[in-house]
Design a protein around this ligand. Structure first.
Ligand code: AMP
Ligand code: ZN
Length: 111
């Protein structure tokens, strides 16, 4: 828990959010500023500032294995996953999160 971190506050339920999935390690909630008809974020409850600080395959798997569980529940088969790492790559919240977006066409390369 990092007391300065907004996503730690969400994971700790100090900030009310639209939670769509939760297990012992991970929480998923709708993005405040959605970029697609479906746009949610998957975060570990434990604070890691970015992908660079993920210290075990287990931690990585806990985050990623939640995604197909959530998309299956939502009936989504096609979706884009994005992790922005570092300010230059577009990261604005420094608690690792995976963006999951669906419900529209996505172009490539990402902007
Ligand atoms: P990134 O730019 O990859 O760090 O993504 C941060 C994302 O967090 C953005 O898409 C924001 O819209 C989203 N966001 C920031 N604060 C909140 C919040 N309180 N609840 C839900 N989403 C948030
Ligand atoms: Zn945090």
């Amino acid at each position: 828990m990092n007391s300065e971190c907004i996503f730690c506050k969400i994971a700790n339920k100090e900030i009310k959010t639209d939670i769509i999935y939760e297990d012992d390690n991970v929480i998923a909630f709708n993005d405040l500023n959605p970029q697609a008809p479906v746009h949610f974020l998957v975060i570990p409850k434990k604070h890691y500032p970015s992908l660079n600080e993920i210290d075990s395959e287990e931690a990585f798997m806990k985050i990623f294995s939640a995604i197909p569980k959530i998309t299956k529940k939502l009936g989504i088969k096609e979706y884009r996953t994005v992790i922005n790492t570092g300010a230059q790559a577009g990261q604005t919240v420094f608690h690792i999160h995976v963006h999951v977006m669906a419900g529209r066409e996505f172009t490539w390369p990402a902007g």
